[in-house]
Design a protein around this ligand. Sequence first.
Ligand code: GLA
Length: 393
Amino acid sequence: MADVTSLKQRFVERFGGNASDISVFQAPGRVNLIGEHTDYNGGAVFPAALTFGTTLLIAPRQDGRLSFASTNFPYSLEISADDIAYADEHDWANYPKGIVWELARQGVGLSQGYSFLYHGEIPNGSGLSSSASIEVVTAYALLTLEGQPTDKIAIARWSQHAENEYIGVKCGIMDQFAVANGRKDHAILLDCDTLDYTLVPFRSGDYKIVISNTNKRRGLVDSKYNERRSECDRAVADLKGAVPDLALLGQLTPAQFESHQRLIENDTVRRRARHVIEEIDRVKQSMAVLGQDDLAAFGKLMNASHDSLRDLYEVTGKELDAMVDAARRVPGVLGARMTGAGFGGCTVSLVHRDSVERFKADVGREYEAKTGLRADFYVCDIGDGVREIKGGA
Ligand code: GLA
């Protein structure tokens, strides 16, 4: 991640004080390998933390105020610690403010003021969870400095709640959970209903995880996302005729879904529900094939996931589809799919290490020819979740 020594210098230039008073925390971004649009349906997801994300430098201040600055954006904000209501004009600073607000709700008031300097390495709007990364690193840092327990499951829940209620984006828990609980070289199998999770070693052998950024601004993503959520709620309401205590689509087995799906009146809503049920099943199948190190079979499940997100859930769009089509044509690619909410953002592909250079060249060229947009590529390793960086390294 970032060069902490030079960030400390910037912090001192910005806020004064001594470098020795600064604490440093980092939280990663995330990529979801499979299990998309299942989290808010109480289904399974399989994300992994990245080795890049958000670095936070933070130091206490004597005047009780909160001062937020970033190396990424010119906008900065200084407020009194009890003036934390959401304000549009506070721009990105609403994310850390939302965490201060949430901690207060949880009974963790701040005993002093703080200066915050954020340094983000996740491209904005790329769907790699830059906002969850800011939320989780802020919660972890403030709890640490206030001498409170840093329970990472609570941090994930609280960060999601801040995003839902303070920012107003009705996301599920996957992003915050992965950013908080990630582990180097492991993906996280998470049951979003119970929050039971297993860290699964991700042994990709000769294959690399390649993230391709469509660089398509994700314009209507929040309203489309919320529309999908309400379509899932409608499916549950229709299915209650046969399964009265059904609360979330993810509680249905594929067999139950098949026998009752006709109760869902609207065709579109029925297709949305089918995606959710089959996608949760694909996560299950993924665990079976990965347990046998059968990456080729996992790649096929990734492809099937994208196709379902394209045809049934309709959250891909021409940029993501063009990127995935181009990726699948490169020899040495086992599978390619969109990752995250969709409507733009990134794809994830499993690419043989000898094919990575060709992948970037071919996919970049073909994608630009089709869309007029330039792609960016990140060859990823899987990193750790949120943590404190001691000793300035
Ligand atoms: C976004 C949301 C997540 C999840 C994904 C889709 O990343 O923040 O909660 O719903 O979309 O799987």
